[in-house]
Design a protein around this ligand. Structure first.
Ligand code: NAD
Ligand code: 0WE
Length: 258
C-alpha cells in the first residue's frame, strides 16, 4: 500500500513554489511522511525565509541549511537527523547547478572550473548525501534523484549539464549496487521540461515546452505533482522491487523518433 506513515523523509532542492522538490514534498506529506527540508543558504537569508514560509503548512520537523559544496553543512545536517530522528527512510536529491555561461554556445568551450562545478554540485552531491544517509538507513530506505534526457541524448545548450546528468545516472546504478544488500533502493526520475526557477533562467525553454506539447504522446508537459506522485511511489513499498532504475516522467516524449 502507498502509505508513508512513520517514514522520515529529507527533501533537498526546494527554492520556491515551482520547484520540482516542492511538488515531491507535498505528495510525500500527503502520503503521511514526516518531512525534513533543506534550503540553500545565502547572505541575506532570503531562501531561508521564502522556503520556510512555503513549507510551513507541511509542518516539517527539521528545517536546515544545506549547500552541498560545504562539507561542514552536510555533516551538521546528518548529525542533526541522527540526533532528532534516529533513522532516515527517504532521501530526495533534487538539485543541480551549472554556470549560466556554460548552458549556451559551444560545449567544447567549457572551462575546467565550470565542468568541475557542474559535476560537483549536480552529480557528486548524490554520492555525498547518500554516503551520509547510509548509516541512518539501518532499516532500509529509498533514495530518489532527478535527471533529464540531456544526460543520454544531445539537447541543444544543455551542454555540461548533460555530462553531469550522465554521471548522476551512473551514480544511481553504482549506489544501487552497493546499497541494495542493505535494503536501500536508489532510483532516478527523468522528468520532461517544466518551468521552474532553474529552467526559466535558460533561453528557449518555452520553445522546448511547445515542442513537447506538439510531439509527446500525451501532447502536454508534465507537472511537479506528477513527478511528486512518481517519487512517492518509488519511496513506497509498492516499489519494493525497483532499484537502479531511471523512470521517465515525460509524457512519453523520449520514445518518439520524429
Ligand atoms: P529549482 O531551481 O527549483 O531547483 C534547483 C535547486 O538546486 C534549488 O532549490 C537550489 O537551491 C538547489 N541548489 C543549487 N545549488 C545548490 C548547492 N550548491 N547546494 C544545495 N542546493 C543547491 O529547479 P528544478 O527544475 O526544480 O530542479 C530540480 C532538479 O530537477 C534538478 O536536478 C534538475 O536538473 C532536475 N530537472 C529539472 C527539469 C526541468 O525542466 N525543470 C527537468 C528534468 C530534471
Ligand atoms: O536540469 C535542468 C536545469 C539545470 C540548470 C539550470 C540553470 C539555469 C540558471 C542548472 N544550472 C543553472 N544555472 C543557472 O545559472 N533542466 C533539465 C532544465 C533545463 O535546463 C536547460 C534545458 C532544460 C530542459 C538548459 C539548456 C537546454 C535545456
Amino acid at each position: 500500500m502507498l502509505n508513508l506513515d512513520g517514514k522520515n523523509a529529507l527533501v533537498t532542492g526546494i527554492a520556491n513554489n515551482r520547484s520540482i522538490a516542492w511538488g515531491i514534498a507535498q505528495q510525500l506529506h500527503a502520503a503521511g511522511a514526516n518531512l525534513g527540508v533543506t534550503y540553500l543558504p545565502d547572505e541575506k537569508g532570503r531562501f531561508e525565509k521564502k522556503v520556510g514560509e512555503l513549507v510551513e503548512p507541511l509542518k516539517p520537523s527539521l528545517f536546515l541549511p544545506c549547500n552541498v559544496q560545504d562539507d561542514h553543512q552536510v555533516e551538521t545536517l546528518f548529525k542533526t537527523i541522527g540526533d532528532q530522528w534516529g533513522k532516515l527512510d527517504i532521501l530526495i536529491h533534487c538539485l543541480a547547478f551549472a554556470d549560466k555561461d556554460d548552458l549556451s554556445g559551444d560545449f567544447s568551450q567549457v572551462s575546467r572550473e565550470g565542468f568541475t562545478r557542474a559535476l560537483d554540485i549536480s552529480a557528486y552531491s548524490l554520492v555525498q548525501l547518500s554516503a551520509a544517509a547510509k548509516p541512518l538507513m539501518s532499516q532500509g530506505g529509498s533514495i530518489v534523484t532527478l535527471t533529464y534526457l540531456g544526460g543520454v541524448r544531445v539537447i541543444p545548450n544543455y551542454n555540461v549539464m548533460g555530462i553531469a546528468k550522465a554521471a548522476l545516472e551512473m551514480n544511481v546504478r553504482y549506489l544501487a549496487g552497493e546499497m541494495g544488500p542493505l535494503g536501500i533502493r536508489v532510483n532516478g526520475i527523468s522528468a520532461g521540461p517544466i518551468r521552474t526557477l532553474a529552467s526559466s533562467a535558460v533561453g528557449g525553454i518555452l520553445d522546448m515546452i511547445h515542442h513537447v506539447e506538439e510531439v509527446a504522446p500525451l501532447r502536454r508537459t508534465v507537472t511537479q505533482q506528477e513527478v511528486g506522485n512518481t517519487a512517492t511511489f518509488l519511496c513506497s513499498d509498492l516499489a519494493s522491487g525497483i532499484t537502479g532504475q531511471i523512470l521517465y516522467v515525460d509524457s512519453g516524449y523520449c520514445i518518439m523518433g520524429m
